[in-house]
Design a protein around this ligand. Structure first.
Ligand SMILES: Cc1cc2nc3c(=O)[nH]c(=O)nc-3n(C[C@H](O)[C@H](O)[C@H](O)COP(=O)(O)O)c2cc1C
Length: 365
């Protein structure tokens, strides 16, 4: 397939995937306002190109929490990659390695942590949901450390699952042949049962996620690991400051790709206040709606050290496994390279707020 933009992968993936899996990937919660706003915000922003700068050597490399990366474009944690290709997260890990990109594996990965680590040639982080079963969580942390994962990403925007109407209408459940193999199967059973006007995903979270989690609980995780801890799902300066006070090592500005609180602000809109609220050396990452090299440059200019992509990676995986996922990453990297050159800011470090026009069409920044 000749793909010139990520939308080409999106169309091809839609043609290949069963309707209910397509809905599971593409969908957001409620009226999908936040899902749409994530894209709209990128589309509203404009870049301020500088001219007559030597751009013969562009460089999108960086160091993030001690790991060297060839690109600030990484892979967001997503459950069940085997819904998209039989090799699942192993294919994703190989693609990430080829691109020199960060991969964040999900707690509900459908391949073992050991096989993902075995396929990876670059840095891996592991995402966690706060399960009621603390013993299962503790075991995962121990295993992630033993397997060479380099950071833990705790998702904090999901005390329960958002109202994902497409999944509820489809009575969506994870098919029996795709399993979250790193977690005790007793903990996962509800994901595989079709709900009544609900989904297996939502019912499972209601049963297994601990909604009592507060800032005080972070000490429990901190005491159990030497790995850096990243909080995923921070959208306000207030929470960014609390994250710093509680000793986290990085924050990920995210609204879960519009899948949790519908009506929450778009990630790109939240980024400047979060970046301003944390010490300059604390990495801020962003996900939600990143679809082009221009989007990556905008996010970096507004304070992100790196961005993660969600759905586009799954489109690539659905289209052609490892190769499709690698092509998605390569396309975005090539677009970012062009953007850096045409913007007259050849290195990531050259991107700051002066690269973004202060007025967006809706009059806000
Ligand atoms: C199919 C799918 C599964 C996901 N599973 C998880 C998950 O298990 N844990 C998590 O923290 N985020 C999960 N996410 C959210 C992503 O990590 C990320 O925040 C979001 O997809 C980024 O937005 P984008 O898809 O617009 O790039 C999932 C997203 C999708 C689309």
């Amino acid at each position: 397939m000749e793909a010139l933009e990520l939308a080409d992968f999106e169309r091809a993936a839609r043609d290949r995937l069963p309707a209910e899996i397509w809905d599971f990937v593409q969908g957001g919660s409620g009226a999908e306002r936040t899902l749409a706003a994530n894209r709209a915000r990128f589309e509203q922003c404009r870049l301020r190109p500088r001219t007559l700068v030597d751009v013969s050597a562009t460089d999108q490399g960086l160091t993030l929490l001690g790991s060297r990366l060839e690109t600030p474009i990484g892979i967001a944690p997503m459950a069940y990659h085997r819904l998209f290709h039989p090799e699942g997260e192993v294919a994703t890990a190989r693609a990430a390695g080829r691109a020199g990109a960060l991969m964040v594996a999900g707690i509900f990965a459908s391949r073992t942590l050991e096989s993902i680590a075995g396929a990876a040639t670059g840095p891996l982080w592991l995402q966690l949901y706060w399960l009621r079963r603390r013993d299962a969580l503790a075991a995962l942390v121990e295993r992630a450390e033993a397997t060479g994962f380099r950071a833990l990403v705790l998702t904090v925007d999901a005390p329960r699952i958002g109202r994902r109407l497409r999944d509820a209408r489809n009575g969506f459940a994870i098919p029996a042949h795709v399993r979250a193999v790193n977690v005790d199967q007793a903990v996962m059973a509800a994901s595989h049962r079709a709900g009544h006007g609900s989904s297996g995903i939502a019912d499972h979270a209601k049963e297994q996620f601990d909604p009592t989690l507060t800032w005080a609980d972070l000490a429990w995780l901190r005491a159990r690991t030497r790995l850096p801890i990243v909080l995923k799902g921070i959208l306000t300066a207030e929470d960014a400051r609390l994250a710093v006070e509680h000793g986290v090592d990085a924050v990920l500005v995210s609204n879960h790709g519009g899948r949790q609180l519908d009506g929450a602000l778009p990630s790109l809109a939240a980024l400047p206040e979060v970046a301003a609220a944390v010490p300059p050396n604390l990495p801020v990452l962003l996900d939600g709606g990143v679809r082009t090299g221009t989007d990556v440059a905008l996010a970096v200019a507004l304070g992100a050290r790196a961005v993660l992509i969600g759905r586009p990676l799954l489109w690539g995986l659905a289209v052609d496994g490892e190769n499709g996922a690698a092509q998605v990453l390569d396309l975005l990297k090539a677009e970012l390279d062009d953007t850096l050159a045409l913007l007259g800011r050849p290195r990531l470090a050259d991107l700051d707020r002066t690269a973004v026009a202060p007025e967006t069409p809706d009059g806000r920044h």
